[in-house]
Design a protein around this ligand. Structure first.
Ligand code: ME8
Length: 520
């Protein structure tokens, strides 16, 4: 079937994507969440030895871009340049390890969009017709009479919609309804979490409409010109979704619909292993996108993860609402890794979460008081009692806890329950603090016959900290690299190495607090 590209080495090659964000405003905490989530998964997969391709970027065409640019007395490309730079800089500040930052204004992408459209056109998957109905500029989409109601408001953003009557090209999306339902039913993990899968299956109980894929240039000039009609541009969502294929290297932007690229899927990153996004754009990813791919005879992405929303005072955090939090400002107080930890620890992957400064602070305290404190007391004691050299002892005082944590965390990560992986990892640090309290190394140090016990305590602590650096690496990469260095390691061990690492004889080093106290 479509999902079973021959010999696709699923587990050892991972192609992960975030949405490409609208280049109409600066990144906020919601965008940062998706991107940090994707980055944490990317780092986790790399840690397990997979070859990873991690894509993010900006969505630069469409009416909203055209209007925002006009309001600011800029051309759309000037606005796009400025915003792409702002997103890319924000992601670098948040230590996002993307491999490719795609912009939909790139010639390569425009070429690939044309290629796909030509292909669909040649295959009779696109026809023209007159569309008359309601259009929301904010959401860049058409709505039916019933959906806009008597007030003529967009059901999503509640803004007034416009009545339009225009020639449109339509994609025969309705032809793929049964196949899509079958695909979702045959692959229970294709859309996660299950609530979103049920929502899509519910949506597919209604007859699927064909999809308008064009906008007349008279209304919207800023987009990819249709290869078969120079007076129309491609609908921004179709243009945007294709970015995932562009960046995979599957298609040659310079050749036509019959190019071998369509047949030879061996060398590219396509199909994506995982598309990550917020639940606001699940329909475009789980309905428009797979049906377009089916029509173009291309394999479907392996999995789609739709997470929840960051909420502020009962409302979705959004640029259009004006209640956004700047992740870069929070970084100044709590550091990059503090922001990353808060985002992943506080939002159950898939559900909504409420941003409050208090919760942020409490999560940071957990990092400082549990993980940071463990590291600082263990390293101080190794310095104080053993001249900074980790004792050569079995160090298996926490062996059972380590083994069960590693398997639980792996299970959570593989099931995309990242917050559970975080909570479980932090529990191991908590257990290790309990171990210190129970063993009382300060008493062992006073008792001359306690030398072996003390060696064992300190070796066990060094070992559990090495394991913690591996567990926390995906979410707090800078701090864990720093901590591994303080343990005398050249780098953070992989999870596999952490299972059997031996640290005896390494020299530890004290340093400034890993997670300094933040006064508020
Ligand atoms: O939709 N909580 O771009 P966009 C959680 N260009 N996540 C949030 C959020 C919030 N309050 N606000 C935004 C687009 N996000 C299209 C995508 S993809 C082919 C085209 C995150 O700039 C979340 O990932 O509006 C959401 O899906 C995305 O930003 C929307 O970003």
């Amino acid at each position: 079937g479509l999902c079973d590209a021959p010999n696709y080495p699923y587990m050892n090659r991972r192609y992960l994507t975030t949405p490409i964000y609208y280049a109409t405003g600066d990144p906020h905490l919601g965008h940062a969440y998706t991107t940090v989530l994707a980055d944490t998964l990317a780092r986790y997969y790399r840690q397990t030895g997979a070859e990873v391709r991690f894509l993010t970027g900006t969505d630069e065409h469409g009416q909203k871009m055209q209007e925002t640019a006009a309001k600011r007395d800029m051309t759309p490309i000037e606005l796009a340049d400025q915003m792409a730079e702002s997103f890319e800089a924000a992601w670098k500040d948040l230590n996002i390890s993307f491999d490719r930052f795609i912009r939909t204004s790139e010639p390569e992408h425009i070429g690939v969009v044309s290629t796909v459209l030509e292909r669909l056109w040649a295959k009779g998957q696109i026809y023209d017709d007159v569309y008359s109905g309601w259009y929301c500029v904010q959401e860049e989409r058409y709505w039916t009479e019933r959906e806009v109601g008597a007030e003529h408001l967009c059901p999503d953003c509640k803004r007034p919609v416009e009545f339009v009557e225009e020639k449109n090209y339509f994609f025969r999306m309705s032809d793929y309804q049964e196949r899509l339902i079958q695909h979702i039913e045959d692959h229970p993990e294709w859309i996660v979490p299950g609530t979103r899968r049920n929502e899509i299956l519910g949506f597919l109980k209604q007859p699927l409409q064909d999809l308008s894929i064009s906008r007349p240039k008279s209304r919207l000039a800023w987009g990819v010109t249709l290869p078969f009609d120079p007076d129309h541009v491609c609908y921004v969502w179709v243009d945007a979704l294709i970015n995932y294929v562009t960046a995979s290297g599957l298609l040659d932007p310079d050749s036509g619909p019959d190019q071998p690229g369509f047949a030879d899927q061996g060398n590219s990153w396509w199909p994506a292993s995982l598309h990550i996004m917020g639940k606001d754009i699940i329909t475009t990813h789980a309905v428009y996108w797979p049906t377009l791919l089916m029509a173009a005879d291309l394999p479907l992405p392996k999995q789609i993860l739709a997470h929840g929303w960051w909420i502020m005072e009962d409302e979705k955090m959004a640029k259009s609402v004006g209640n956004v939090v700047d992740p870069l400002a929070l970084r100044e107080d709590y550091g990059t890794d503090g922001v990353r930890w808060y985002l992943l620890r506080d939002m159950p992957t898939g559900a909504d979460a409420s941003y409050t400064p208090e919760r942020f602070h409490a999560r940071y305290d957990e990092l400082a008081n549990v993980l940071g404190n463990l590291a600082s007391r263990a390293i101080s004691m190794i310095v104080k009692y053993r001249d900074g050299i980790i004792p050569e002892a079995a160090g298996d005082g926490l062996e059972a806890d380590i083994a069960s944590t590693l398997s639980a965390v792996t299970g959570h990560m593989d099931a995309l329950r990242v917050h559970d992986a975080m909570a479980t990892s932090m529990d191991l640090a908590r257990t290790a603090n309990g171990y210190v309290d129970r063993r009382e190394p300060w008493s062992q140090a006073k008792d001359p016959s306690g030398a072996e016990d003390l060696d064992e305590t300190l070796a066990s602590l060094a070992r559990v900290i090495a394991v913690l650096t591996a567990l926390f690496l995906p979410v707090t990469p800078q701090k864990m690299t720093d901590l591994a260095g303080r343990l005398g390691l050249k780098s953070v061990p992989t999870l596999d190495q952490a299972r059997s690492i031996s640290l005896g004889g390494l020299r530890v080093e004290k340093g400034a607090p890993l997670f300094p106290r933040v006064d508020r």
